[in-house]
Structure formats: C-alpha cells, structure tokens
Design a protein around this ligand. Structure first.
Ligand SMILES: C[S@@+](CC[C@H](N)C(=O)[O-])C[C@H]1O[C@@H](n2cnc3c(N)ncnc32)[C@H](O)[C@@H]1O
Length: 249
C-alpha cells in the first residue's frame, strides 16, 4: 500500500457520499454483465454453493447499486441486510425495492443459475424482503451475520491505508466465527469518478489484501481478476472463512 501514489487524499468522512450519483454509477458499471464481473460472480457462486450454509443471516456491506453480491447469498440466507452509508445510495436502494428488482438483473442472475444451488430461489421475493440498513462499516455490530460480502468498499471509500485495514477488520468482525465471506477489491486504484465527482481509493494489491485478511480468516484464497477499467490495474477477489478465535478483532 503506497499512500503517496494516490493523487488526492481523503478520509472516509471527507468524501461527499451525499452527492454520489447512484443512477450514473449503476449505468457505468452494472447495465450489463462485464467479463470481470462474470468471473467474480462465478468464483462467488461456486464458493457459496460449497460453503454449507443454509438459512443464514447475510450481510452485504456498502451495496451501492450493485445487487449481484446480494444475489449470490440469496439461496443460503433467511435474512439479507444491505448496509449502506451514502444517503443517495440508500434512496436508490429503497426506490429499487419499492419498484422491484428490474429486468437488468436477470443477466446477472443467469450466471448464478449455472449452479443448481440457485435454482429454487426467487431473487425478486428475496430482494423485496431484504433489510436496507443505513450505517457505516466502521460502526458495524460484532458477530451478527453467518455469511457476508463486501465488494469494492474497503479499497474505495478512503485514501487512508489505515481505514482500508479497519474496514476489513470491521467487516470480518461483523461475521460469526467460521462464516464464509467473499470480498472484492480494485487493484491499485487511483480513485474514481462518478458523474464528474472524485471518490478516493487506497491502491492495494494481492499482498495487501492477503496481509490484512490472513490474521482474521482461514482457508483464504486471494484471486486476481483481469479488468480493463481505466482507473485500476485489475480486480482482486478474496474468499475464506472467519477464524473461530474471538481474538480476531
Ligand atoms: C465503489 S462503491 C462500491 C459499491 C458496490 N458495492 C459495488 O460493488 O459496486 C463504494 C460503496 O461504499 C459505500 N460507502 C462509503 N463509505 C462507507 C462506509 N463508511 N460504510 C459503508 N459503506 C460506505 C458507498 O456509498 C458506495 O456504495
């Protein structure tokens, strides 16, 4: 993690999350299934399909307008919490829940349907029942959830490496011992723009992700994913289970 490589410096509380243009972000990234997301969904689908959880309490942290991490946990959960900090993204989620999961997500769900584990789940009913929870990664309650996802959040909410590490610790700490999780990261991101506004990032690589997660987890896999996104040098996916030890956070 080289903080000096980031052009602008902003801690999480300094970025303008109120002005995050949710619709524009969705249009930029999730209007159709890109190859990088397809690969990440495949890794996530196969991991959760074999993780042995059923009827769990699922957490997706920093959902924004990306619903595929939530889709990935639906067959294995009895409750689904989408925790978000940005009022703009919370409003988008609430409106999307009111109008129902739109047809755009069908192409994402089709990737999950390649596993039989997903074929008895109705994603629209699960999304309608999801709990949209306002809140920060930094104030998450401990040991509440049985499975979790955190996609492009720890690396993309601050340019402070200490906040990157703390976000990972809080996410893992919110899960119960031995809970399976998937986390995704931009690789060496220089920050990103949404509708002309800049948002901060910490430029992490596989060794940073491994270094932060390995003391807290077991059976950790850190997997590079190629991507042509211009502000980063690919993506990284981590899968694993939280450690049983209560000392992890
Ligand atoms: C780069 S976006 C990623 C969104 C989505 N998870 C995805 O995969 O595209 C970062 C997300 O983190 C949210 N966020 C910012 N600060 C946060 C905080 N302190 N706690 C939780 N989420 C936060 C933002 O509102 C935004 O939705």
């Amino acid at each position: 993690m080289n903080g000096a490589a980031v052009l602008e410096c902003a801690r999480n509380g300094q970025a303008d999350w109120r002005s995050f243009d949710a619709e524009e972000y969705r249009n930029q990234h999730y209007k159709f299934v890109r190859d990088d997301d397809r690969q990440i969904m495949g890794i996530t689908r196969d991991f959760f399909s074999r993780a042995g959880v059923s009827g769990g309490r699922a957490l997706d942290l920093g959902t924004g307008t990306n619903l595929y991490p939530a889709l990935s946990m639906m067959p294995f959960s009895r409750s689904l919490t989408l925790r978000e900090y940005s009022p703009a993204n919370l409003a988008w989620l609430a409106e999307h829940q009111r109008t129902g999961l739109d047809r755009g997500w069908d192409a994402f769900w089709d990737v999950f349907l390649e596993s039989p584990a997903y074929r008895r789940t109705d994603p629209r009913a699960k999304f309608a029942a999801a709990k949209i929870q306002p809140g920060s990664v930094f104030t998450l309650p401990r040991h509440r959830f049985d499975l979790g996802t955190m996609f492009f959040v720890a690396c993309s909410i601050s340019s402070d490496p200490a906040e990157f590490e703390l976000a990972i610790q809080r996410f893992v700490g919110a899960l119960r011992p031995d809970a399976p999780f998937v986390a995704a990261f931009m690789r060496r991101s220089s920050g990103y723009e949404v509708a002309g506004r800049r948002f901060p990032a910490v430029p992490v690589d596989e060794s940073d992700v491994h270094g932060c997660l390995s003391p807290l987890t077991t059976s950790l896999r850190v997997i590079p994913v190629e991507s042509d996104m211009s502000h980063a040098d690919g993506m990284i996916v981590a899968t694993g289970r939280t450690r049983s030890s209560r000392r992890r956070d």
